[in-house]
Ligand binder design. Structure first.
Ligand SMILES: Cc1ncc(COP(=O)(O)O)c(C=O)c1O
Length: 367
């Protein structure tokens, strides 16, 4: 059926499928292991808020009905939580979907986009899908190089993607540089701040991009319920943009894109501030423990503002990945980010972090 390889859109020919972190069940099945932990996809090791689970269960008995297309209750809850007007808010099937919607709404073939490398792979995915011209700017000291990104702007630049904190390095761009960067851009360039890990940030220089939205700057801020809120499996995320931009992006949304179960769970999760706080504390504790362990092992790592650490294992991380798999531990190798000795490791529960460190010691010290 080679004809279909030619019939498919040229940009789809160039698309590389997203490679997700290996699921626990797959590893159990393939290696015959029962006790497997996943430190690969930056999920919340505490799981969802029990209040979110209860709300999801209640919503289940109404699944014969289509969900509320407007996400009325959830939008209202988010508006109150962040003191933002409702017409600024977008809800998506994960923040990934809002990224896709922004690309669908704004990018004509040949329009230009700018993003960093290594960074979140979805920026490349949606840009390739829309046949955009991609300017890929290397990180500087593991951090977005805003000056170099600004230099790439042309008349055709439509979108700039900034993962803040950056996946996979966990670094952030800070004030006052970020506001200067946004304000220096020509009219008609939309900066997408992807703040999937915002809840874990403890650096006070982290930009308040919701203020940018309030000020009417050309900004789309993305947040998610997949990480600190522990609802990755329900696929729900949200975003904020000035109303005129939000309205244009929401035009490409298909009806009923967010399930009623996800809406109900997200609304309840948002109210459970203690659960988010516990999740945050767990990450801070875990990161300090892992820093100490990596220091003892002499491993170079990037100090993180997220719930994962980018670490140089000093050996082919594929090899480390395979050996860790045999110990029932799933991590993310650096090769997908073009850095083959590096790995991205999600911060887990204390016992999970300890198990990882013990396994790493065996792998690295027995060489
Ligand atoms: C930077 C970044 N943005 C967005 C996402 C995806 O978020 P969601 O689950 O809301 O689509 C991820 C997931 O790993 C991420 O790392």
């Amino acid at each position: 059926m080679a004809i279909w390889d030619e019939r498919v859109r040229k940009c789809v020919q160039r698309l590389k499928p997203y490679i997700p972190g290996k699921p626990i069940e797959e590893v159990q099945r393939e290696l015959g292991l029962s006790d497997v932990i996943k430190l690969a996809s930056n999920e919340n090791p505490l799981g969802p808020s029990p209040k979110a689970v209860e709300a999801a269960m209640r919503a289940l008995s109404h699944v014969h009905l289509y969900p509320d297309d407007s996400c009325y209750r959830l939008k209202k809850a988010i508006a109150e939580h962040y003191c933002m007007p409702e017409d600024c808010i977008l809800i998506g099937r994960g923040s990934d979907e809002i990224l896709l919607h922004a690309a669908l709404a704004f990018i004509e073939p040949g329009d230009e986009v700018i993003y960093a490398h290594p960074s979140f792979v979805m920026y490349s995915f949606v840009s390739t899908l829309m046949d955009a011209k991609e300017h890929v700017v290397p990180l500087k000291d593991f951090t977005h190089d805003l000056d170099a990104m600004a230099e790439c702007v042309t008349e055709r630049t439509k979108l700039i993607f900034i993962s803040n904190p950056n996946n996979p390095t966990g670094t952030i761009v800070k004030e006052p540089n970020v506001r200067c960067f946004v304000e220096s851009l020509p009219n008609g360039v939309l900066v997408i701040f992807d703040e999937a890990y915002r809840e874990y940030v403890d650096d006070e220089a982290f930009p308040n991009t919701l203020d940018y939205v309030r000020d009417g700057l050309s900004v789309l801020t993305l947040r998610t319920f997949s990480k600190a809120y522990g609802l990755a499996g329900l696929r729900i995320g949200y975003g904020f943009a000035p109303p005129c931009i939000a309205e244009l992006i929401s035009r490409v949304r298909e009806p009923f894109n967010v399930s009623s179960i996800a809406q109900a769970a997200a609304e309840a999760a948002l109210q459970d501030k203690e659960h988010v706080e516990r999740s945050r504390e767990l990450v801070i504790e875990g990161k300090n423990m892992l820093y100490r362990a990596f220091d003892e092992l002499g491993l170079k790592y990037v100090p993180t503002q997220a719930n994962f650490i980018f670490v140089d294992l000093g050996i082919d991380s594929r090899e480390a990945f395979n050996q860790l798999l045999r110990c029932g531990i799933i991590i993310r190798t650096g090769e997908i980010f073009g850095m083959p000795t590096w790995a991205r490791i999600t911060i887990g529960k204390p016992e999970e972090n300890e198990r990882l460190v013990e396994a790493l010691k065996k792998i690295l010290l027995c060489r």
